[in-house]
Design a protein around this ligand. Structure first.
Ligand code: MSP
Length: 507
């Protein structure tokens, strides 16, 4: 089972392009694995406890529960808008989760890893994290560039310090545990400096999961949040499902929350006696005008600002094709429009229009199932094979490379039409057989094209599939069989409207 997760998002505001990025990559990768024929469990959700949420609710004069119930709908809307295909959506206020938090913290305590002590230090409410004085930059939070607050209270602590050596050994033995490599190095040097124990509870807050052994404390929101990955896998009362799902194949996270996932979470799992996830894959930030897009900077652009112009597929394609998973990436409307027009309106969209147009004009949409396998067709077959091979980039979150590879098929198919000139063949009755072959091979390229674009652009791929008159769907898989370049079947295709209408950029 491929169990893949996104972070669970703070429902203090609606999701923006930055938060949507992780979910989008996870979705494309989940779809890729389904296309390969793997069983997949794709989880996302919301992180609903903690001080940040309590304050967001208070500012609106609402109870925290009423506030999160309201805002969680914005997440569902955004994921629907972007055709996100998660199998489960966990909310940390659900019973299945709160009970799991209590069970896991109890297991950590039973292992002798929890003790009580006093804590005092700077706290960033936006991060929901304590800092030490020397981690602050000019006295403010290094991530949010906002003032921290001094928090002091008696807390329960987790003996994180005891796990440094085991963590280092695990990372060394499993080089793919943290990716990309720069992030792994960062984690390793952080752990090598020695780990401090961390506070796992708050006595001053009521909006959280009560500690099972001391109801005057609630679990620190990050302890609560990380446990979502096992709550949703059935840790508490579904042993069979848990055994099939856990450990996760990958947790996808932004670089700001890497330490929680690559250090604290594995130590919690070790303490509770559970296996570690296979991989923590970390990406950079989406920037606008060089700044991190964020709620606190009020520079956010929402998916709903772009989808009416670009469609869900234009949106998905741009972020998967132009943002490398790892480094920071800059967002610009102009860049997105240029990419859309070049790759979708021109390369892919025109190919679809031309091919279906030719099939309708010369064969009323019913092209006989006759295949050719000559030198003209070789680049098509190679393009299809290259596209399938490149898709494996999704296994390492190389969405850009995967889609570059897919485009080799479309370039080959466009070049094929130029080289074989079916519009000339149509003028010569003696070439009717050759015209059938050329149309068949071109339709076959579209059929394979629909399959290999499905992880990135499911809606366009499914629309194309329907126009090709094929049974089932492009995502049915298994890829190794369905994407083999062969003979297009004797069905009737229909032209339809342009899949990707051009966007006027000079307005
Ligand atoms: N609730 C925690 C995660 C708990 S996971 C057990 C949290 N939530 S968040 O809503 O603030 O952020 C969720 C994810 O969105 C993080 O991975 C973060 O990196 C990502 N992003 C937030 N802004 C972003 C950009 N501008 N660009 C890319 N990703 C960004 O942290």
């Amino acid at each position: 089972m491929i169990y893949i997760t996104t972070p669970i998002y703070y429902p203090n505001d609606r999701p923006h392009l930055g938060t949507a990025y992780t979910t989008l990559v996870a979705d494309a990768v989940a779809r890729y694995w389904r296309l390969k024929g793997e069983e997949v469990w794709f989880l996302t959700g919301t992180d609903e406890h903690g001080l940040k949420i309590a304050r967001a609710a208070e500012e609106r004069g609402m109870t925290p529960q009423a506030w999160v119930d309201h805002i969680v709908e914005r997440f569902h809307e955004a994921w629907d808008l972007l055709d996100i295909s998660h199998d489960d959506f966990i909310r940390t206020t659900e019973d299945r989760h709160t009970a799991t938090v209590q069970a896991l913290l109890t297991a950590m305590r039973d292992a002798g890893d929890v003790y009580e002590a006093r804590y005092e230090g700077p706290y960033c409410v936006s991060c929901e994290a304590y800092y030490t004085e020397d981690q602050l930059v000019d006295g403010v939070c290094p991530i949010h560039e906002r003032p921290t607050e001094i928090h002091a209270e008696d807390n329960y602590f987790f003996r994180l310090s005891a796990y440094a050596d085991r963590l280092l050994a695990h990372i060394e033995a499993n080089p793919e545990f943290v990716t990309p490599e720069t992030r792994r190095n960062e984690v390793v040097s952080f752990v090598e400096q020695g780990l401090e124990d961390i506070s796992i509870s708050r006595a001053s807050l009521t909006w959280g999961v009560p500690l099972p052994w001391d109801g005057s404390h609630v679990a620190y929101v990050w302890m609560d949040a990380l446990i979502n990955y096992v709550s949703a896998a059935g840790y508490l009362d579904e042993p069979d499902r848990f055994a099939a799902t856990w450990p996760a194949w990958a947790h996808l996270v932004g670089k700001d929350i890497l330490r929680f996932h690559a250090i604290i979470w594995p130590a919690m799992l070790m303490s509770a006696g559970l296996p570690l996830p296979r991989q923590i894959a970390s990406h950079g930030f989406l920037l606008v005008g060089g700044e991190k897009m964020s709620k606190s900077r009020a520079n956010q652009i929402l998916p709903g600002d772009l989808v009416p112009t670009f469609g869900p597929d234009g949106y998905r394609y741009h972020f998967l094709r132009d943002v490398s998973f790892g480094p920071d990436g800059n967002f610009s409307w102009e860049g997105m429009a240029a990419r859309y027009n070049a790759d979708l309106a021109n390369d892919f969209g025109n190919l679809v229009n031309r091919t279906l147009n030719l099939a309708e004009r010369y064969r009323d949409g019913a092209v006989p199932a006759v295949a050719a396998d000559g030198p003209d067709e070789a680049p098509l077959r190679e393009g299809a094979a290259a596209a399938v091979e490149a898709l494996a980039g999704f296994e390492e979150f190389k969405t850009k490379q995967a889609l570059e590879g897919v485009w080799r098929l479309f370039r080959a198919a466009n070049a094929y039409l130029e080289a074989t000139e079916p519009w000339k063949l149509a003028k010569d009755p003696a070439q009717a057989g050759r015209l059938d072959e050329v149309l068949n091979a071109s339709l076959e390229a579209l059929r394979v094209g629909a399959i290999v674009t499905w992880p990135a652009m499911p809606r366009a791929a499914e629309t194309l599939w329907a126009r090709l008159g094929l049974d089932g769907g492009p995502g049915d898989g298994p890829l190794a069989e369905t994407a083999r370049f062969g003979t297009f079947p004797a069905v009737t295709v229909t032209k339809g409207d342009p899949l990707f209408p051009r966007i006027e950029t000079d307005e």
